[in-house]
Ligand binder design. Structure first.
Ligand SMILES: Nc1ncnc2c1ncn2[C@@H]1O[C@H](COP(=O)(O)OP(=O)(O)O)[C@@H](O)[C@H]1O
Ligand SMILES: [Mg+2]
Length: 418
């Protein structure tokens, strides 16, 4: 099979690694890819959001199947554009993607299908939103309706702070059209975790759980980032808790999608929180997470290409997504200053002399080749992933590998998997 993988981060390098292990693969293209995918695939200089160019490329190169990493092309309707010309693509439709691209839509879906989630209201009007604050004790959570690159959620500790944020979102339109409406919701306390499911539109298959580390600093302090690390599976989530989550949240989600007539063909990522009252759904994402995928994929004990093939062909029933009984720890190396401004083009050393080890992975994110030299080309540069029978071993493996890698200003969190 000839495959096109869309995206250029660590998630896509991990997916590319798994796809190239499939005996079904004949040729892999990655658009735009990074220096890591370049070793496994042929990188194509088309951005993930250039939908028409991707369609043309897929047609010209007779691509059998396209796989999409990031949310932006899905939000732009890449499924619909590919399907119109009968190209096979493993991604949900633009309509299905509303579960991620509109938080108001997602919350209304959750409440319609009685999926446990924080009490909420949806508002376009500032005064009405403020009036709803009477019904919520602070802190409250304010979410821009549309995609805001992970920056659209504010936890307001006081009523005054909530009103200020509502003003910034609704009146000043901080996120433009994306904050024309907001979701205002009750604050839940508990422990967060992510759960991944593959769906072919009729059947679905459990792909595992992960915990990510969003804050820059140790102990979950500091600014929010795209993700500083991940662990899979979630160490504190028991089998009983997992089955309760599937029963109360995953099942009604797919029942709801069926009722709405939405054929969901792709990956669905549930952002959850375990509260005193059990699992509650914070959000849906209509794709794999980054860096959760880097920790998830090495645990897959099945052919990932076959999974995607079955997704697009509606043949997921009976397929078991077997997972290795091992834990993976992923630690991300970042550029100095990230998530603020940072410099790129720093030569990266220590990768060439890394001894190949089983169950140790190095996934590139923001990397490029400059005159043959490997250099940084983004905020999150690369990650190391250790896979082992225990969390402690996996952790030690990932950190040992990271310690051999360096570039000017390289940073990372020291407490991933602690
Ligand atoms: N109701 C809530 N109670 C407590 N924390 C929340 C709530 N909703 C969101 N959060 C926090 O905000 C983060 C981002 O919210 P989320 O809905 O996942 O949006 P996004 O990932 O699109 O920014 C969550 O990971 C969680 O830490
Ligand atoms: Mg989230």
């Amino acid at each position: 099979m000839k495959l096109l993988l869309i995206g250029g981060g660590g998630r896509e390098h991990a997916l590319a690694w798994a796809l190239t292990r499939s005996p079904r693969l004949k040729k892999l293209f990655c658009a735009p890819g990074n220096a890591g995918t370049a070793r496994l695939a042929e990188n194509v200089a088309i951005q993930a959001t250039q939908i028409e160019r991707l369609v043309e490329f897929a047609q010209a190169n007779e691509i059998d199947l396209t796989i999409v990493g990031p949310e932006q092309p899905i939000a732009l309707g890449i499924y619909d554009a590919f399907s119109r010309v009968s190209l096979k693509i493993a991604a949900p439709s633009k309509r299905a993607a509303l579960l991620e691209t509109s938080k108001a839509n997602a919350k209304e879906f959750m409440s319609k299908y009685e999926i446990p989630t924080a009490r909420f209201g949806v508002f376009a009007d500032y005064e009405r939103a403020c009036a709803f604050l009477d019904q919520l004790a602070p802190p409250v959570v304010i979410k821009a309706d549309g995609l805001a690159a992970g920056k659209g959620v504010v936890i307001a500790p006081t009523r005054a702070a909530a009103e200020q944020t509502l003003r910034q979102f609704l009146v000043e339109r901080r996120f433009g059209e994306a904050s024309r409406r907001v979701v205002l919701e009750e604050y839940l306390s508990g422990r967060e975790f992510s759960l991944f499911i593959a769906s072919d539109g009729q059947s679905w298959c459990y792909l595992g759980t992960a915990q990510d580390y969003k804050r820059r600093g140790e102990g979950d302090r500091g600014l929010n980032t795209g993700g500083m690390g991940a662990v899979s599976p979630v160490p504190w989530l028991s089998d009983q808790m997992l089955s309760q989550t599937q029963q109360q949240i995953v099942r009604p989600t797919f029942a709801g999608l069926a009722r709405e007539g939405i054929r969901y063909q792709g990956i669905l990522y549930f952002g959850l929180i375990w509260t005193a009252g059990g699992p509650q759904l914070l959000e849906y994402n209509v794709r794999f997470g980054d860096p959760e995928t880097q920790a998830l994929v090495p645990r897959f004990d099945f052919d990932l290409l076959e999974l995607f093939q079955r997704i697009v062909e509606g043949r997921l029933a009976g397929f078991t997504c077997r997972l290795k009984p091992k834990t993976a720890v992923c630690v991300v190396a970042i550029s100095q200053g990230y998530p603020g401004s940072y410099e790129m083009g720093k030569p990266i050393s220590g990768l060439e002399n890394q001894v190949e080890q089983p169950d140790l992975f190095i996934f590139h994110a923001g990397t490029a080749r400059n005159d043959g030299r490997l250099v940084s080309a983004g905020g999150r540069v690369l990650s190391t992933v250790g896979l082992a029978a225990s969390l402690a071993e996996a952790r030690a493996k990932a950190y040992r590998a990271l310690q051999k890698i360096s570039f000017a200003g390289m940073g990372h969190r020291r407490d991933i998997g602690n």
